[in-house]
Design a protein around this ligand. Sequence first.
Ligand SMILES: NC(=O)c1ccc[n+]([C@@H]2O[C@H](COP(=O)([O-])OP(=O)(O)OC[C@H]3O[C@@H](n4cnc5c(N)ncnc54)[C@H](OP(=O)(O)O)[C@@H]3O)[C@@H](O)[C@H]2O)c1
Length: 324
Amino acid sequence: MKAIVCKQFGPPESLVFEDLALSPPGPHEVRIRVLAAGVNFPDVLIIQNKYQFRGTPPFAPGGEVCGEIIELGDQVTRWKLGDRVAALTMIGGFAEECVCHETVCVAVPEAMSAAVAAGFHLVYGTVIHALQDRGQLQPGETLLVLGASGGVGLAAVQLGRILGARVIAAASSDDKLALCQAQGADEGINYSQTGLKEAVKQLTGGKGADVIFDPVGGQFAQDAFSCIAWKGRHLVVGFAAGQIPEIALNRLLLKGCASLGVFWGDFIRREPEHQAANVRQLYAWFADGRLKPVISREYPLSEGAQALRDMADRKVTGKVVLVS
Ligand SMILES: NC(=O)c1ccc[n+]([C@@H]2O[C@H](COP(=O)([O-])OP(=O)(O)OC[C@H]3O[C@@H](n4cnc5c(N)ncnc54)[C@H](OP(=O)(O)O)[C@@H]3O)[C@@H](O)[C@H]2O)c1
């Protein structure tokens, strides 16, 4: 079968599109014909060996897919051939077929297209866990979202709005902010032109943001503590800017605030029932039309390397997926 293959760690340009052998499923594994694969920032890091999870070359990147089950391990009882599932694979998804453990699959609602399902579970799963479980976001509170037009960022804008918050989107261009506002952000800050601290203070009458969703890190994480409200919650989601910031603890003391880690990958392993409840909630919002995922671009599988290059270059918005 054809796959995007990482033969040695390196940038997206080092990936090749070629045949890759796939082992048959083990007793508790399933083989999936991939219909679509979600593209996520961790894929950009995994191919460079810069992520906490390490693949062993040669491997196909790709952490989440939607597809059809075409082979079952001999101990699998929860799935049958032909079931349409979304699966969190960590790697292996940028391929025509993949093999994964039966427990990382979830049934996909009929009304959800393969492209949407391939880009749904990781971003919305991360964001509902971040905003509700970790941030305890309350209706009427102000939510500041950094990197707001990206995958998890735009999901945070949408879910923040559904949860009743006033949402301030922060991103690096006016076009990106226009997308955020079309998806429910109340206000936008172009942080490549305006200081984050001053802009948030101005928009909140000096109070600051109650919850800050931060998938960017670097200098923006430092700035966040200058515009966080009393008893605010800073959600540490990722470091897309490349630098892991160091925060002086006096900044937490002075605002009576908290910095809270969000590690969705471990949350779903440690708390599967809680995760299942979160997915039920997300599916309910999808079914009643309140949650409308944005797929900004579909790339053919063969152009997977280009999709990762565009993501690394900050050229993508919302979700992008590969389609077979
Ligand atoms: N903690 C968890 O459980 C979890 C789960 C999923 C993802 N993540 C992390 O969340 C982060 C975002 O993931 P994503 O899939 O949403 O990525 P994405 O779609 O590429 O979004 C990242 C955003 O970060 C901003 N950014 C600022 N500096 C950047 C730089 N130097 N390079 C690239 N982007 C930069 C960009 O917005 P502007 O151009 O507007 O600044 C971009 O839209 C990643 O660090 C990822 O590892 C964490």
